[in-house]
Design a protein around this ligand. Structure first.
Ligand code: GAL
Length: 674
């Protein structure tokens, strides 16, 4: 069995992508010396090195990588070794131009960037297996090897290819999934617009059509593209497991990035030995630390609650957004430790030494262009020391209070065209509900809709348009058993084929919610509705409204205006031993807070009035003890109540009563006797 933690690491991982091939060999010694100075424990090597490792077909040059790995090993630095299959060399594409992916418009991408791969292409698959085999044979038992890093960020920037090889592969996938073409016709509803197929050979990828294509076909193509990438991951992983037994294999995810929605990470989480994630701050005006917390919670959830590893984030600004602000002093450490609080067994960066050439030369790094006389370097050295103090946190697990349901497949379905309103964005609802829970100081686990939810007092369903019958049964069982459920509008509408559930909306949720929805009534841009509440307080909402017909549920908020004026807007239903809430419109932050306040009461979750906004408190617990992380994202010093005494690990001071957390700082208390 492969291990599930990086081999040979005793504390947390600290380091980054190391690309020595971008530098003369004379620099490598200095790299290792400075890595040691910064407390680096592991680096990721060779992710983009195929063209150097195999300079021409069948001719290999491993000598430079031998020297790099030996040097790192002498320096006591562990290696996360990449298979370079995200960057096939120019000679490969000259020989196999059809391995370049094709867009849905029929345009074939060119060589000259990275990740231009048709994952169905047989030549690519053979070449990837070959270079992986060579690397595994050579380095499978290298003493520096801590883990294998397959490929890089599957699914970005190319989420699917639409070429003829993919068409043939898609037909095989459909035949294996559905057995008969009539089953496909049925699932996709091809009776509509005369799209019926008489044989698998008539089916193509969902290439550009004059107007909207078949939604079932589009949804299945996303599943197919995801499954195809996973086939390739598994092929490499299995080679590595065979030739490098025991060494864990990962591939770096990007769980919460909305641009990376093409991968069903629930499925991928089961394939890797260690879940690893890349996270970058998206500067779109929202609170970046909330998105960070969400990404970390989602990654931990994909890992089944087990520790995971932050494989990439940035020391300061990135270079791929329209505007790339530098991180404020202290922000890098706060970001890193916020990931650790939520389950990461370390903090790694892209990249070690800032490039002078190529596309990412303006992306920050651990060792900036300015060298060691820089703020970033000083903060990196400080962070290395802090991470070192947290060694015993390793392998402990983050404790969550509530669950939010999350399903990439539902997201895919919901983002297809011709929906009631393009202003309804399922991802926006997930973010908004997460933020409302974050502001109530609740730690969130994400859960698949069919997962066991019984341990959570509160489960939130932000917008789960696609919901299987099994998921509906699961939610009903959860509420029956005493759980509190909050469901947002446009959930439980279609089944796994994007076919509307039989009967009134929301098919599988009617009973548990105690209502039906007669009709959707999306609002025009700029329109809003007012809701009249139990305490006389009004809430504002926009984007969406509905004609809700109660069938057992009580009305808690009523539409005060708009088309459904006088009808229920937010309802509450006692069902079995639990309670199910339904919200039929898009509430703003105040509205969500008011709703969650009531739902939390039902769930028996006491409010954390003792914590200031933007001061995060998260617990990790395990064999080595219980750790309280307090992350102060504000510009004021804060006090966090402790239930017991402990030792603050970053300062070494004893902590009791009210823990002082200076503005912008992080404190980690190892609680006594736990
Ligand atoms: C990641 C990628 C890295 C680097 C980084 C820059 O998505 O894996 O190779 O490009 O972004 O932020």
């Amino acid at each position: 069995m492969p291990e599930t933690t990086p081999r040979g690491l005793t504390g947390l991982a600290f380091g980054g992508d190391y690309n020595p091939e971008q530098w003369p060999e004379s620099v490598w010694q200095e790299d290792v010396r400075l890595m040691r100075e910064a407390g680096v424990t592991m680096v990721s090597v060779g992710i983009f090195s195929w063209a150097l490792l195999e300079p021409s077909p069948g001719v290999y040059d491993f000598a430079w990588l031998d020297r790099v790995l030996d040097l790192l090993h002498e320096g006591g630095i562990r290696v996360d070794l990449g298979t370079p299959t995200v960057a096939p060399p120019a000679w490969f594409y000259r020989a196999h131009p059809e391995a370049l992916p094709v867009t849905e418009d029929g345009v074939r991408y060119e060589f000259g960037s990275r990740a231009a791969i048709c994952h169905s292409n047989a030549d690519y698959r053979a070449a990837a297996a070959d270079i992986t085999t060579r690397l595994a044979e050579r380095y499978g038992d290298h003493p520096a090897l801590a883990m294998w890093h397959v490929h890089n960020e599957y699914g970005v920037p190319v989420s699917a290819c639409y070429c003829d090889s993919c068409a043939a592969h898609f037909r095989r996938w459909l035949a294996a999934t559905y057995r008969t073409v009539d089953a496909v016709n049925d699932a996709w509803g091809t009776a509509f617009w005369g799209q019926r197929y008489a044989g698998f050979d008539q089916i193509n990828p969902p290439r550009r059509t004059p107007t909207v294509g078949n939604p079932g076909q589009a949804l299945d193509y996303r599943r197919f593209a995801d499954a195809t990438m996973r086939e390739n991951f598994r092929a490499e992983r299995d080679i590595l497991h065979r030739l490098s037994p025991g060494v864990p294999v990962t591939t770096n995810f990007m769980t919460a990035l909305s641009q990376c929605d093409s991968v069903d990470y629930w499925a991928w989480g089961r394939e890797v030995d260690i879940v690893t994630n890349d996270h970058y701050l998206i500067t779109d005006g929202r609170r970046t630390h909330v998105n960070l917390a969400m990404a970390a919670d989602l990654t931990r959830s994909v890992a089944g609650g087990a520790p995971w590893l932050l494989l990439e984030h940035s020391t300061s600004g990135v270079n791929w957004q329209p505007r790339n602000p530098a991180k404020a002093p202290g922000q890098m450490a706060r970001n890193s430790l916020a990931h650790v609080a939520r389950g990461s067994d370390g903090a790694m960066f892209f990249q070690w030494r800032q490039s002078r050439r190529g596309a990412e030369k303006f992306h920050s790094a651990m060792l900036p262009h300015g060298g060691t006389e820089t703020r970033v370097w000083r903060e990196v050295v400080e962070l290395g020391a802090a991470i070192d103090c947290l060694a015993t946190v390793r392998s402990t697990r983050t404790e969550a209070d509530v669950a939010v349901l999350w399903d990439w497949q539902s997201w895919w379905a919901q983002n297809l065209q011709w929906r009631p309103s393009e202003d309804h964005d399922p991802r926006e609802r997930a973010d908004a509900f997460y933020e409302a829970l974050y502001d109530r100081h609740l730690t969130v686990d994400f859960a698949h809709p069919e997962a066991d939810l019984s341990r959570y007092p509160l489960v939130v369903v932000p917008a789960l348009y696609l919901m299987t019958k099994a998921a509906g049964v699961n939610l009903e069982r959860y509420v029956d058993g005493g759980g509190t459920l909050v469901v947002s509008y446009f959930s439980g509408i279609v089944d796994e084929h994007d076919a509307v559930h039989e009967g009134a909306y929301p098919g599988p949720l009617r009973d548990v919610l105690g209502l039906t929805v007669e009709e959707f009534s999306p609002l025009l841009q700029g329109q809003s509705v007012r809701l009249a509440g139990p305490d006389g307080r009004e809430l504002a909402a926009d984007v969406w409204s509905e004609f809700v017909v109660p069938g057992g549920a009580e009305t808690v908020w009523t539409y005060a205006d708009g088309l459904p004026a006088g009808r229920p807007a937010v309802t509450r239903h006692r069902h079995g031993r639990g309670t199910a809430w339904y919200v039929s419109t898009r509430l703003g932050a105040d509205g969500l807070d008011a709703l969650l306040e009531r739902a939390a009461e039902d769930a028996g979750l006491a409010p954390r009035t003792d914590l200031p906004r933007d001061v995060e408190v998260v617990r990790r617990t395990g064999e080595s003890g219980s750790y309280l992380f307090a992350v102060n994202h504000t510009a004021s010093d804060a006090k966090v109540p402790l239930e017991t005494h402990g030792t603050e690990l970053l300062t070494g001071e004893r902590a009791a009563g009210r823990l002082a957390v200076p503005a912008g700082a992080v404190r980690v208390v190892r609680l006594d006797g736990r």
